[in-house]
Write a protein that binds this ligand. Structure first.
Ligand code: NAP
Length: 245
């Protein structure tokens, strides 16, 4: 069992990443709340953690950039010690479009934002880790559905993330590092405004078996469980958090 648990949550300034940062800090992790643009929001999460007696720092890094990923891990390690846990949560979504109208540039940006970032953070995590630990990748049920007529580019990145999760989990069993993923469905966050539909979760709720969208804190609970010692025999697994979808 690791005594000093240090976690980087990518994209911790809002939504699922913010909820996950708060929960992991409550559970005793030292948390690096990574963000790309929303400094104030990330700092507000760190203040909330401080006030509750937890330990956290915020760190600006674009996780699509290898140098910035190195700096993110180096700084976290300098302040808190070896990074033992990683949540690859940072992600982007663009307005709805059919594949035939998606530009090459948009597709590449999507791959970089959702998949390359995960690859870079996993690789950097592995190189600095000696103690073992766990990684959780935040995928999506879009990996299963393909999101036709809306977000095939996004869904493709999440499908590839699932393959990465499976393959990497098997590579790392010898190093005592578990790798799993969560696949959220419709969760109440601001990402849907970026996708062109701020009220997406509300209007789709009747089509969800449980008749409601999910809360970021409900996703955070599954992420925290997969990172924890309670999930010590779980690797290469996927938890759908989608109200029955
Ligand atoms: P969100 O509210 O839009 O938050 C996204 C976070 O990612 C922000 O903190 C953002 O930072 C950060 N980010 C984006 N690109 C980054 C980069 N290159 N480097 C560093 N940080 C970056 O999204 P969310 O809804 O919480 O989603 C979180 C994850 O869950 C994503 O991977 C998403 O695909 C997945 N997911 C969400 C849903 C849903 O319904 N909400 C469903 C399935 C899967 P800044 O704000 O500082 O720029």
């Amino acid at each position: 069992m690791l005594m000093n648990k240090v976690v980087i949550v990518t994209g911790g300034s809002r939504g699922i990443g913010a909820a996950t940062s708060l929960l992991l800090a409550q559970q005793g992790y030292r948390v690096c709340v990574n963000y790309r643009t929303r400094q104030q929001d990330a700092e507000a999460i760190v203040s909330q953690i401080d006030q509750a007696g937890g330990i956290a720092l915020s760190y600006q890094a674009d996780v699509t950039d290898p140098n910035q990923v190195d700096q993110l891990f180096n700084r976290t390690r300098e302040i808190f010690g070896e990074v033992t846990h990683l949540v690859n949560n940072a992600g982007i979504l663009f307005p709805q479009s059919q594949l035939k109208d998606i530009s090459l540039e948009r597709f590449q940006t999507m791959m970089n934002g959702n998949l390359m970032s995960c690859f870079l953070c996993c690789k950097t995590f592995i190189h600095q880790n000696t103690l073992g630990g766990a990684i959780v990748n935040v995928s999506s049920i879009a990996a299963r559905t393909g999101s036709p007529f809306e977000y095939v580019d996004y869904a493709s990145t999440k499908g590839a993330m699932d393959s990465l999760t499976k393959g990497l989990s098997l590579e790392l069993t010898k190093d005592n590092i578990r790798v799993n993923a969560v696949r959220p469905g419709f969760i109440h966050t601001d990402i849907h405004a970026d996708g062109g539909e701020p009220n997406r979760v509300e209007w789709l709720a009747p089509q969800i078996p449980m008749k409601r969208g999910g809360d970021p804190a409900e996703v955070a609970q599954s992420i925290a469980w997969l990172l924890s010692d309670e999930a010590s025999y779980v690797t290469g697994s996927f938890v759908d958090i989608a109200g029955g979808r």
